[in-house]
Design a protein around this ligand. Structure first.
Ligand code: PHE
Length: 346
């Protein structure tokens, strides 16, 4: 009997230790300790032993039984903690990790600049106006002293929207500049006036690095008594200084636009070379910036303003070009092609 018990221990203990799953362990438990198990079978023979051998054999078998039971419960513990570990690993959630931030958009560089410019002009007492992008031919041209068949119309190639020719207002066009809002605002509010009009404009153009069919302008209009071009120079120097964060010099050259008289081209001192001449300003020291001039008598008339009492100036610059200069963007098409790798840089 002693030998049988030893043999049993020698095979059962390693088998229990090797069990990999609770089921295997359960099967082993049936095999050794079950009603028809091997140890149970041995224990049943106890009663057949002579009385003097019984105590020793009883003790021995108890020991074996305890050893097996201890091995079973140890293994059972091991397997169940392993199961919990695995479960934890599967659903592991580290509450100390920072959360995932959802991607956040930001304001387009053109809109950023537009907002800044609106603020700068607001401080100088200008109101911000808006006008339709699909505009009547009249406001885009005739109202601005550009009659039908005038060669000046060729300066701005236009997208026409419909063929129908309305009596006074002509056909519908995508506005080629923000200047139509000059006449619209004069008609609506009269004089005095102090407005800027930031907005989207369109031209029928072949696109390249510096031309696009869609771009942004800012129109300015100031109508009052005793207004001169000196005021325009001051206002532009103020605005450009605020946009670029350093003093900017402004100069006037004669220029032609049918809706102003005299008409001007306005340049500012090149910020890259401080006026000494570089690649950006093509060695001139000046950057061409905008058209401007004293509002033409015929335009005041179209807006219903008495040109004997009031006069003023108007200007129009490319917001898109200004943004490109500010960020040193060399291709205008990048601003609207939807490539977020580009846009995320600003
Ligand atoms: N509207 C003109 C353009 O787009 C610019 C301009 C505006 C010129 C106001 C003079 C006065 O070219």
């Amino acid at each position: 009997m002693k030998d049988k018990l030893k043999k049993l221990e020698a095979t059962a203990l390693p088998a229990i230790d090797k069990a990999k799953t609770p089921q295997q362990l359960q099967e082993l438990s049936v095999k050794y300790l079950g009603r028809k198990g091997e140890l149970t079978a041995i224990l049943r023979t106890l009663k057949d032993l002579p009385a003097d051998k019984k105590p020793e054999a009883g003790q021995l078998s108890n020991k074996t039984k305890q050893a097996l039971e201890a091995a079973f419960s140890k293994k059972e513990q091991e397997l169940s903690t392993a199961a919990v570990d695995q479960e934890l690993k599967k659903d592991f959630f580290d509450t100390t990790l920072p959360g995932k931030t959802p991607p956040q958009g930001h304001i387009h560089p053109l809109s950023q600049l537009q907002e800044e410019i609106e603020q700068i002009f607001s401080k100088m007492g200008f109101a911000i106006m808006d006008g339709p992008e699909v505009e009547a031919e009249y406001y885009n041209f005739e109202g601005l002293n550009i009659p039908k068949d005038h060669p000046a119309r060729d300066m701005q190639d236009t997208f026409f929207i419909d063929k129908e020719d309305h009596k006074k207002f002509g056909r519908l066009v995508l506005r080629t500049h923000t200047s139509p809002v000059q006449v619209r605002t004069m008609e609506k509010y009269g004089a005095p006036l102090r407005i800027i009009v930031p907005g989207r404009t369109f031209r029928y153009e072949a696109t390249d690095a510096s031309h696009d069919t869609t771009f942004y302008q800012v129109e300015g209009l100031l109508i009052d008594k005793d207004i001169s071009l000196a005021h325009l120079k001051g206002v532009m120097a103020e605005m450009l200084g605020a946009v670029f964060g350093k003093p900017v010099t402004v100069r006037f050259r004669p220029g032609y636009f049918p809706f102003v008289e005299p008409g001007l081209e306005v340049d500012f001192s090149c910020l890259l070379c401080d006026g000494k001449g570089c690649k950006v300003c093509k060695g001139l020291g000046w950057v061409e910036f905008m058209g401007a001039g004293m509002v033409h008598e015929n335009v005041l008339k179209a807006g219903g303003i008495d040109s004997k009492e009031y006069q003023g100036w108007a200007f129009g610059f490319g917001l898109t070009r200004l943004a490109m200069m500010r960020h040193k963007i060399t291709d205008i098409r990048l601003l609207s092609n939807g490539d977020t790798r580009f846009i995320n840089q600003f």
